[in-house]
Structure formats: structure tokens, C-alpha cells
Design a protein around this ligand. Structure first.
Ligand code: ATP
Length: 370
């Protein structure tokens, strides 16, 4: 029986060697994952990568072909869905239309014979700031409000683990952004473990403490959002989280501090500590906002990589910044995001430019860009 107040902690979740094969198709391949209690964890990946299947396995709606699932240290692999300390909020938040908001939230508690169900439901509605509409029917609420009710209905059961499957997918962009902030606030207030599934990189990055990037049934990289962005390990992660300029070439020199690749005649340096590979053919990258434009060839400077000359082939001005595409012979098109400090700093289509960036901002990948 849940106590009053939302201070109860969540449980940690552990997936050990989880695989899921459907006839003729492997959806999940030997997945290992540990989510600490009380964290906000996001599983991020493109459509079809296996996110929903992973959630369904954790919820007990699907049985793994191999592996074990532990919640709070307890093996639940063979436990029935309704006996797991897990609740799921889906994109389609089916509220009971004939019941009031309060009845919707209290429903599960009442079914379990919990005495103070209404009081607990009011408390959960206060948490999502909707207690003032407790007496209304779902159709009298906006989409965002209905989504918050669905969340209250899940949280009121105090599951050790709350699974969120694209819960904001049906909302328009503005409401979505607002709900992202609210959801994060709610999670830190209740202290439950949240596992959020999304294909929206911005959503995963703004909300989660830890993001796991999933591709083709496997986790490619996992870490704090900023770390994933600053130092992607694979071409997939580099391209899926924000934009990257990627160059492939052979390593032509290496020291204890850095490696240099020759990419179609341009020499690009990467710190050894930021390179996943230090010999052979290597793909390196730099984010567009780290690249500086120059009207004339900059003097060689240690700690900076210079490429060029090239030509500006596209300019898109967006007020606070401008995005340029610079095409360098042999090397290809490179994106540059520049802050607009003054009109005199603007460059134009057809201008000849050189590019430079700090070596410390470059990263070297473990695989080759396609
Ligand atoms: P989306 O964001 O589009 O929902 P997802 O990452 O959640 O994608 P899943 O729904 O987990 O992806 O599906 C992963 C893969 O497994 C897909 O290629 C899907 O076609 C396949 N799959 C899912 N369920 C089954 C099933 N019952 N039988 C066969 N293949 C399935």
C-alpha cells in the first residue's frame, strides 16, 4: 500500500544480455543496460531501432529470447506484467471518457482496494497542476492536459519504474517543449526512475541525465547528453545528435598527444584522447558551430586545423546566426554555423574562404562514415 507523499525512491533497472528475435527478424541483440535508481534515462533512436520492443520487454508485454531483466535487484524475467513494479505511459493516453479526471486517476488504486484513493489522486493531480479540473471529463481538457492526467494516473501507483513511450508525440511543438520541462520537474520531484523512449534528439538531450543512442537493436553509445554531443564515438551518433562535418583519410602521423589524417590532401589533426582509433583509415569530425570562416588564408598556428580555400555555396540567415555551406575541392561540403555579431562579418554566396577550428574540438570515430 503506497504511503502518502511522493518521496519514495525508484528502483534501478538492469538488462543483462537481452535479445529478442521475431520470426525472421532480430529486433534486439544482446542488450546490456543499467539505469540507476531515480534517474531520468532516455532511449533515443530512429524508427524501427527497437525502442518500443525494449520497453515492452521491461514491462513484461513481450518475452525475451535470451537474457535477464532485474528491477531493484530482483529478477523479474519470469514475472507477469501486472506483477512488475512498472507503469507505462504511451503516446495514445487512453483515458476513460465516461469518468471524471479524478476517477480516472483514482481508478487503479480503487481496484487494488486502497482506502485513501481519492486523496492520493488529488495529490497526483496537484503534482501535474490539474487538481482544479478534477471534476471534468477528459473531452473537456486540451491534449496537453490529458497527457498530464495520463502521467498523474501512472505516477499515483508509485511504480518503481515509469516507462514513457513517446508520451509527447501527439502534442504540437510548443506544448511538447513545455511538457518536456514539466516532465523533468515532475521526475525530480517524485524521484522515481523514468525510462523515456523517443526519436527526438532534442527531447532526449533536454530531459534526460543519461541518453543511450540505439541503432539496429544495439546501443551505440551511452552517456550524459553533453558528452555524447561533444565526443560521439560512431558516425551514427555524430550524425543523429546534431550536425557533424566528417572527413575520412589515412593517419599520416601520430604522437602521444595527437594524430593527423590526410583527407583528400587536407591535413586534419585530432587529440589522441578524442580519437577512438589512432592508425589506419580514420573518420574524424567537427561540429559546424566550432568552425571559423576566414577571408584570407590564416597563418599556420599550433593547435588549429586549417582547410581551404573553398567557396561558399549556400547561405541561410536566421537572425541570431547564419549557416554557411562551404565547398572545398576534393574535401566536399562543410557546414559552418556563425553567430551574427555584425553585418560586416557576413559572407556571401560565391565568396572564397578558408576554414579553421581548434584541434581540441575535433573527434575521431571508431567506424567509417558511409
Ligand atoms: P518506432 O519509433 O517506429 O516505434 P521502435 O524503435 O520503437 O520504432 P520497434 O517497434 O521496437 O521499433 O521495432 C523494432 C523492429 O522489430 C522493427 O523493425 C519492427 O518491424 C520489428 N518488430 C516489432 N515487433 C515485431 C513482431 N511482433 N514481429 C516481427 N517483427 C517485429
Amino acid at each position: 500500500v503506497p504511503k502518502s507523499g511522493f518521496a519514495e525512491a525508484g528502483a534501478d533497472l538492469e538488462l543483462v544480455g537481452i535479445s529478442k528475435r521475431f520470426p525472421g527478424f532480430t529486433a534486439i541483440e544482446e542488450l546490456d543496460l543499467t539505469i540507476p535508481a531515480g534517474s531520468f534515462f532516455a532511449l533515443l533512436g530512429p524508427s524501427g531501432c527497437g525502442k518500443t520492443t525494449t520497453l515492452r520487454l521491461i514491462a513484461g508485454l513481450e518475452e525475451p529470447t535470451a537474457g535477464r531483466i532485474l528491477i531493484g535487484g530482483k529478477d523479474v524475467t519470469a514475472t507477469k506484467a501486472y506483477q512488475r513494479p512498472v507503469n507505462t505511459v504511451f503516446q495514445s493516453y487512453a483515458l476513460f471518457p465516461h469518468m471524471t479526471i479524478l476517477q480516472n486517476v483514482a481508478f487503479g488504486l480503487k481496484r487494488r482496494g486502497i482506502q485513501n484513493a481519492d486523496a492520493l489522486a488529488h495529490e497526483a493531480l496537484q503534482l501535474v497542476e490539474l487538481d482544479h479540473v478534477a471534476g471534468r471529463k477528459p473531452t473537456q481538457l486540451s491534449g496537453g492536459q490529458q497527457q498530464r492526467v495520463a502521467l498523474a494516473r501512472a505516477v499515483v501507483n508509485r511504480p518503481a519504474l515509469l516507462l514513457l513511450d513517446e508520451p509527447l508525440g501527439a502534442l504540437d511543438l510548443k506544448l511538447r517543449r513545455q511538457m518536456q520541462v514539466e516532465l523533468k520537474d515532475i521526475q525530480s520531484e517524485v524521484g522515481l526512475t523514468f525510462l523515456h523512449v523517443t526519436h527526438d534528439q532534442e527531447e532526449a538531450m533536454t530531459m534526460a541525465d543519461t541518453v543511450a543512442v540505439m541503432n539496429k537493436g544495439r546501443i551505440e553509445q551511452m552517456g550524459a547528453p553533453q558528452d555524447l554531443y561533444e565526443l560521439p564515438h560512431t558516425a551514427f551518433v555524430a550524425k543523429f545528435l546534431g550536425q557533424s562535418n566528417l572527413f575520412t583519410g589515412d593517419v599520416i602521423s601520430s604522437s602521444s598527444t595527437s594524430i593527423v589524417i590526410d583527407a583528400a590532401g587536407s591535413k586534419i589533426e585530432v587529440p589522441t584522447t578524442r580519437a577512438q582509433r589512432t592508425s589506419g583509415r580514420v573518420t574524424v569530425g567537427v561540429r559546424p558551430e566550432k568552425v571559423t570562416l576566414h577571408d584570407s588564408e590564416p597563418k599556420p598556428q599550433s593547435g588549429r586545423t586549417v582547410v581551404g580555400p573553398g567557396r561558399i555555396t549556400d547561405v541561410s540567415f536566421s537572425g541570431v546566426s547564419t549557416q554557411y555551406e562551404v565547398t572545398i575541392p576534393h574535401l566536399g561540403a562543410i557546414s559552418v554555423f556563425a553567430q551574427n555579431t555584425s553585418i560586416s562579418t557576413l559572407h556571401h554566396d560565391g565568396d572564397t574562404v578558408w576554414l579553421s577550428w581548434a584541434v581540441d574540438h575535433a573527434f575521431g570515430l571508431a567506424d567509417e562514415a558511409e
